[in-house]
Design a protein around this ligand. Structure first.
Ligand SMILES: Cc1ncc(COP(=O)(O)O)c(C=O)c1O
Length: 471
């Protein structure tokens, strides 16, 4: 089978999948792990099956994949689709390269540098350096590593005993900071969770108290890790106040803007990150609100030298990094060796819609989140369970049940919602309350799809209250 016909066939199946995702009501087939593993033919054969058979395999994969571009998909902090960025994925695969040197990835290096500079500029970072990473988790870890490097410049050479080093995050921060605390060697118990106010934002007065307490107890603080857009509530920490406390104590300030970074495009919402220019580093996931296919995530730091030291290979990679690439090789600022060209898909999408397009996209998301919040507020069987700053809409079904019953009902409701297959949202909790967290980060969501979602939640909630089994 010749290449052109094969690729045409692949494309027609992908196009059909994407189109049907907008029309079909089910987001997922709902097969259990057991049943799917029994019914799928995934064996790796002794003798190859040929290219024609790959088309059948592609069809089965598409059939059993979750339709993350469907309007009912509101589960994680990403969804939807940018067609130009899909083209970027295809071209990146076809031009298969690694991002370590300019020599091997000339145009891709320039594209990645263009993107990093523009993101830094949006945060008023001035001269800076960055890298695309494997995600916000990795960006947060790099932020902590840079902070460690700034406090203990020899630690990257001599290692360090992190048992007395502490960093501060809000109690609403992402779990990647816990993992990073393990990886960078301070241990999870030395990651101090600072209290939040009723809006889910880190409290500056509590941060100040925690820093002073740590010092009194003989610990060495080295980083304040703020969040712009928390995972569950979508809260934005007060960066300006936190940065002034961090710098007063000579601490590195990193901002996890994996989820909220896109507010920087909008004159209406960029004040949510007021003070970002005072931070030392931040990360921002373009694969979240910007709808770029996973993975596409930036880490940006003001002091290039700190990142370069953190990523130093001690001149052992003499076969790769030559003196001619000293100033242009991006691999000198990355923890990875081989690294995908993730910049291309973002660059194509950005060129397609421009800053103005990103701004109107996120403003539309906010409009839809306002709409959903209003529907919840106006329905007497539903209640919001946290304030909204971003597009996270955290609510629960209350119906006519006792308070004590609501966690059981909402847990079951979420399970039934998944079995029903038309909508996906995540289950989480706020304080002791089990909640449904729906997130608007998918450009195919509409007011109509949100109306159907509300109808579906209420109908399932009523069935559970009446003790009816799922249909
Ligand atoms: C606030 C926040 N930071 C970081 C991350 C981690 O991002 P990634 O999945 O790209 O590693 C997430 C993931 O949802 C997040 O919500």
């Amino acid at each position: 089978m010749e290449v052109e016909r094969f690729l045409d066939e692949v494309l027609s199946r992908v196009t059909a999948f994407l189109e049907s995702s907008q029309l079909e009501s089910k987001i997922r087939t709902g097969q259990s792990h057991d049943s799917l593993s029994r019914t799928s033919d995934l064996k790796l054969p002794m003798e190859g099956r040929g290219l024609e058979a790959a088309l059948d395999d592609i069809e089965s994969v598409l059939r059993d994949s979750v339709r993350t571009t469907a309007p009912g998909f509101m589960n994680p902090l990403w969804g939807g689709l940018s067609i130009s960025s899909i083209a970027g994925e295809v071209v990146a695969a076809a031009t298969n390269t690694a991002m370590y040197t300019y020599e091997i990835a000339p145009i891709a290096t320039l594209i990645e540098s263009t993107i990093l500079s523009r993101m830094a500029e949006l945060a008023d970072f001035g001269t800076s350096q960055g890298t695309l990473t494997t995600g916000g988790s990795n960006g947060n870890m790099l932020g902590m590593l840079c902070a460690r490097q700034a406090k203990l410049p020899l630690s990257s050479q001599t290692g360090f005993d992190g048992s007395k080093m502490v960093a501060f995050v809000s109690e609403e921060s992402h779990y990647s900071f816990n993992i990073a605390s393990n990886v960078i060697g301070i241990g999870q118990s030395n990651l101090i969770k600072v209290r939040c106010n009723e809006h889910g934002q880190m409290r500056p007065d509590s941060l100040e108290d925690e820093i002073q307490r740590a010092v009194r107890n003989g610990f060495t603080p080295f980083a304040v890790l703020a969040t712009s857009g928390t995972t569950v509530k979508g809260s934005f920490d007060p960066l300006r106040e936190l940065a002034s406390i961090a710098h007063k104590h000579d601490l590195w300030m990193h901002v996890d803007a994996a989820w909220g970074g896109s507010c920087l495009f909008s004159s209406r919402y960029r004040s949510l990150m007021d003070g970002i220019e005072l931070a030392d580093s931040f990360c921002w996931d373009a694969h979240k609100m910007m709808g770029i296919p996973l993975i596409c995530s930036a880490f940006i730091v003001k002091d290039a030298e700190v990142l370069r030291t953190v990523c130093s290979n001690g001149n052992t990679a003499h076969y790769l990094y030559l003196e001619t690439g000293e100033d242009v090789d991006l691999g000198r600022y990355s923890l990875q060796c081989g690294r995908r060209n993730d910049a291309l898909k973002l660059w194509l999408a950005w060129r397609e819609i421009g800053d103005a397009g990103w701004a109107s996209m996120l403003e539309r998301f906010m409009e839809l989140a306002d709409y959903l919040e209003k529907q919840v507020d106006e329905h007497d069987a539903l209640e919001m369970v946290s304030d909204r700053m971003w597009t996270n809409v955290c609510f629960r079904y209350t119906g006519s049940s006792e308070q004590g019953e609501l966690n059981r009902i909402n847990t079951e409701l979420r399970q039934r919602l998944i079995q029903d297959g038309r909508f996906m949202v995540s289950r989480s909790h706020v304080d002791e309350k089990i909640i449904l967290r729906s997130v608007i980060a998918n450009r195919n969501i509409t007011e109509e799809s949100l109306d159907s979602f509300i109808d579906c939640v209420v109908a399932l909630g009523k069935d559970i209250e009446r003790g009816l089994p799922q249909e």
